[in-house]
Design a protein around this ligand. Structure first.
Ligand SMILES: Cc1ncc(COP(=O)(O)O)c(C=O)c1O
Length: 386
């Protein structure tokens, strides 16, 4: 989708905050290294800009989901090692290796594809072990076979061994401990067979913050880099000084008075017993302002006050109940995520309204929303809407 610069809707990302978050996370991880997880356009924040800021703040690796995401970073001249966080399709492994990206491997098919291209390129593999999440990863038995096959082939490199936690962000401490035990057992097996595991990594944001014994050589951190807690351990994030970097705003495009008792928007579900002034913001569910927000009582900030969404969010427009705000006018700033006066709304607030997670709110923000990284650039662009 092409960013729409012709309407006053924008996201602003403070890269100093990202850099500072990376600094804090680097020091929390030390002596382990930090892999900044920048998949899904850096959780909606902009992969290239965030990667550069995270590296400035001390990150030494970047984690992505797809080959395209990795290529985008290399084409932006980012030199840090890039790890694809799952096994690519076997037919794509040649291309991944050709670019020099590291990737996770966990099946014989994947390994076979890597072997086939190893005459021309050196595939850099991180063996992923399933320690209990049962999403992707080889069982310990399968993993040991794969590790032997890699170790026996001089053209293959076992660059790392890793796993992923299922519950590090909730209260099931015992399952996280169980996964850690499983992982340590696998590492002992490798040691027994004298196989060098290379870079060992297991922790995500929650584990970085809560389980120091899981840090090993590298931690793979996403949500905390963006200043949000892996639910529900919010206070820990604040204690560490991590801050959200993204704000989402629009300018009011229209104001309308609707007579007492008349409904507004699809389904006419929202009505007031008295005449009411509604503001229109040119943003909708196609931008990632999910439709259910209006049904669940979410609010925006307008003239430094919290105001409710009025009626159903539509694809490109939303209505705001302006209540008795005085002097509200077309062109006023509406904040969906961010601060206005003394009030703030965070992506976590929106997630809480929808009984979902912050990750989903942030990654739902569509490419139609332009992202700005400099106040000056953003303010200059906004001048055309005066
Ligand atoms: C394999 C892997 N590692 C690390 C992460 C980062 O997780 P978080 O954003 O909770 O830090 C993810 C995110 O989904 C992941 O899939």
């Amino acid at each position: 989708m092409i960013p729409a610069l012709s309407r006053p809707v924008w996201a602003h990302i403070d890269l100093d905050i990202i850099e500072n978050n990376a600094k804090i996370l680097t020091s929390l991880a030390y002596p382990s290294q930090l892999c900044a997880v920048v998949k899904a356009n850096a959780y909606g924040h902009g992969a290239v800009e965030v990667s550069k800021a995270a590296i400035k703040g001390g990150a030494s690796w970047l984690g992505v989901a797809t080959l395209e995401e990795a290529i985008q970073l290399r084409e932006a001249k980012i030199q840090a090692p890039i790890l694809l966080l799952s096994q690519p399709h076997p037919n794509m492994i040649a291309k991944v290796a050709q670019y020099g990206f590291s990737f996770m491997v966990y099946t014989e098919l994947g390994l076979q594809a890597a072997k086939e291209i190893s005459k021309s390129y050196r595939p850099k593999m991180h063996l992923k072990i399933d320690t209990g999440m049962h999403r992707v990863g080889a069982s310990s038995q399968e993993g040991l076979i794969l590790a032997h096959l890699i170790a026996q082939d001089p053209k293959l490199t076992l660059e790392g061994v890793c796993s992923h936690f299922a519950c590090a962000d909730d209260d099931q401490d015992s399952f996280t401990t169980y996964q850690l035990d499983q992982f340590n057992r696998f590492l002992s097996l490798l040691e027994q067979y004298d196989i060098d595991p290379g870079i060992v990594h297991l922790a995500n944001s929650a584990a970085l913050l809560r389980y120091p014994q899981t840090h090993f050589d590298l931690v793979r951190v996403g949500i905390a880099l963006y200043g949000y807690p892996p639910v529900p351990f919010g206070s820990q994030i604040l204690k560490q000084g991590l801050k959200p970097a993204l704000s989402l705003k629009a300018l009011l495009s229209l104001l309308r008075k609707v007579p007492a008792g008349e409904g507004v928007s699809y389904g006419l579900r929202y009505k007031k017993p008295q005449e009411c002034t509604y503001g229109v913001a040119p943003i909708g569910y196609a931008d990632g302002i999910l439709r259910r927000l209006s049904l669940n009582g979410a609010q925006v900030l307008l003239n430094s006050q919290r105001r409710p969404f009025a009626g159903t969010v539509t694809m490109d427009q939303i209505l705001i109940d302006c209540g008795d705000i005085e002097n509200v006018k077309i062109g006023d700033e509406v904040v969906f995520i961010g601060t206005q006066g003394k009030e703030s709304i965070s992506a976590l607030d929106l997630a809480t309204h929808l009984e979902t997670i912050t990750y989903e709110i942030l990654t739902s923000l569509s490419d139609r929303i332009p992202r700005f990284y400099s106040d000056k650039e953003c303010n200059e662009w906004l001048l055309q809407f005066d």
